[in-house]
Design a protein around this ligand. Structure first.
Ligand SMILES: Cc1cc2nc3c(=O)[nH]c(=O)nc-3n(C[C@H](O)[C@H](O)[C@H](O)COP(=O)(O)OP(=O)(O)OC[C@H]3O[C@@H](n4cnc5c(N)ncnc54)[C@H](O)[C@@H]3O)c2cc1C
Length: 500
């Protein structure tokens, strides 16, 4: 039995704790915030309740695996609700389509809404996506990152390699297979699921719409924040100690091995194994001693683009919106202008700035747990935003900026047919700076590093650090951000550490 310390109680940290405790280790989770969950936050006031982070669960099988491996099944603890339609889209030309929640229903809907032939083109692309998924799920998503060995695993079958189209971007793939610009836009949006630019993200991100449409879009009744609460409860059930309000200031290395952590009040917790769920940049730049042998890991992090952030409006609304889907996306005319604003243009040398005419995402759960009464709604509105980078990029704490941007987002929604300005009871604005402050995510990056660039996936920090006994589980490490992937990173880490 090893003494394991987990730094951070985000979903990845909690899932690692639950698995390691179930495997017989003595696990302690240390979380700097007053509550568990990390980016899976919750805000409530006057009977209105909002998830402040994720609003969409995909790949539910990954969560099912976690619960099954550690005790009672997910269906008994937290039944998920499948969404149908998955997302309602509105394009700049006024066309709308509500993409069904089951893959087999999607082509007919696209034919009906975007014109005959759209469905067949999309279905053909998803068939390719399915092959990509088969080629990458086990060797990449479910395995530790191991440099050349990972590439070799992926390249074992040249047909698989051709399917993944390593030199191609998501944008390039869409341009080659989809003739309708609206369909291409729909595909481009999946790059933003990892905070990336479709013009630089690899074609392999085609697996994201595949995963969503093949395995469904899901909601957790009562709010997604119930997910980390349930995983924390499972970890505790299996013997884990969870300490909130406890910041780790240093990961201790003795004799070349991870030896424990130092807390903000000076307390030292010795450990045989440290699992870091905090952002990898913080670990490698701040938490480890300067002489730790992590020079290459630090250098790899400098070569990747951090993921973009998000600007969030929580809207407490009077009245209800008839026919509103759970998730709605309102597209702009010029999608590229959005990516230029987020990342500084293709050359990454231009100014980053709040997106003037952003894509707007509205999550409006029809869930009594989120509203004070039947004649109210609680909307989570998200637009992509550049990270908080005072001095070199956007300073989201600049006086007036957040409120001006919030007004602009509401006006944009109104211009695209969703005007709720006279129904707002109150609003809460959450900027990338708030996300950074509350979740200790540098710059408020949502997903750690982005997938921008053909090698980004291989430069992402590995789950086993160069320091023996120190592991990384979470969205800034392999295989990446988003709820299913951070849960997979925990599974990989638990596998690397092994049973007691
Ligand atoms: C607005 C928004 C929308 C999103 N939408 C979706 C979505 O719809 N679907 C989806 O799948 N994903 C979504 N995501 C991404 C998803 O939330 C994350 O990928 C995932 O929750 C990250 O989990 P994690 O394990 O990496 O930990 P995090 O949630 O990043 O938590 C890390 C934890 O470590 C703690 N910590 C950091 N440093 C220290 C320290 N020194 N000492 C102690 N504790 C420390 C932090 O306080 C934090 O609690 C969204 C995120 C945001 C912000």
């Amino acid at each position: 039995m090893a003494r394991v310390v987990v730094v951070g109680a985000g979903l990845g940290g909690l899932a690692a704790a639950a698995r390691l405790a179930a495997a017989g280790h003595a696990v302690t989770v240390l979380e700097q915030a007053p509550q568990v969950g990390g980016k899976l936050g919750w805000f409530e006031r006057d009977g209105h309740g909002f998830d402040t982070g994720p609003s969409l669960v995909t790949l539910p099988q990954v969560l099912e695996d976690l619960f099954a491996a550690t005790g009672a099944p997910l269906s008994q603890v937290l039944p998920l609700q499948r969404l149908d339609p998955a997302v309602a889209y509105r394009f700049a030309d006024g066309t709308t389509t509500a993409v069904p929640g089951h893959r087999e229903d999607v082509p007919a809907r696209l034919d009906a809404d975007l014109g005959p032939g759209s469905g067949a083109q999309w279905a053909a692309l998803l068939t390719r996506a399915e092959a990509m998924w088969r080629a990458t799920e086990q060797p990449f998503l479910r395995s530790p990152l191991a440099g050349a060995a990972t590439l070799a695993r992926l390249a074992r079958n040249t047909a698989d390699l051709r399917t993944i189209a390593p030199g191609r971007t998501l944008r390039g793939l869409g341009a080659a297979h989809l003739t309708d610009p609206r369909l291409r836009m729909l595909l481009d949006r999946y790059a933003t699921y990892s905070g990336s630019d479709p013009r630089r993200a690899p074609a392999a991100l085609l697996t994201v719409p595949y995963a969503e449409q093949a395995f469904g879009s899901w909601y957790v009744p009562g709010g997604l924040r119930r997910l980390p609460e349930a995983v924390a409860a499972r970890a505790v059930e299996r013997g884990t100690v969870v300490r909130t309000g406890t910041a780790v200031t240093e990961v201790l290395v003795t004799g070349g091995r991870a030896a424990g952590v130092r807390l903000a009040d000076g307390e030292v917790l010795p450990a045989d194994v440290v699992v870091c769920n905090a952002d990898a940049t913080s670990l490698y730049s701040r938490l480890l001693p300067p002489q730790a042998p992590v020079r290459r890991a630090r250098a790899a992090l400098r070569r990747v683009t951090p993921s973009s952030s998000g600007f969030v409006l929580l809207l407490a609304l009077r009245g209800r919106t008839p026919g509103l889907a759970h998730h709605t996306v309102l597209f702009p005319t010029d999608y590229d202008a959005e990516f230029d604003a987020l990342f500084g243009g293709r050359g990454r040398r231009g100014p980053k700035r709040p997106v003037a005419d952003p894509t707007v995402y509205v999550s409006a759960p029809d869930d009594p747990a989120t509203r004070p009464g039947a004649d109210s709604e609680s909307w989570f509105v998200l637009v992509n935003a550049p990270r908080h980078e005072p001095g070199t990029g956007v300073d989201w704490t600049s006086p007036g900026l957040a409120d001006r941007h919030a007004d602009q987002v509401l006006a944009t929604m109104a211009a695209r047919g969703l005007d709720v300005r006279d129904r707002v009871r109150w609003r809460v604005v959450r900027t990338p700076a708030d996300l950074e402050r509350e979740t200790a995510s540098p710059g408020g990056s949502i997903y750690g590093t982005s997938s921008n660039g053909a090698r980004a996936a291989f430069l992402r920090p590995a789950n086993a650090s160069p320091v023996p006994g120190l592991f990384l589980a979470g969205g800034s490490a392999h295989p990446g951000g988003g709820l299913p992937l951070v849960t997979l990173s925990a599974e990989i880490v638990a596998g690397l550490i092994g049973p007691a």
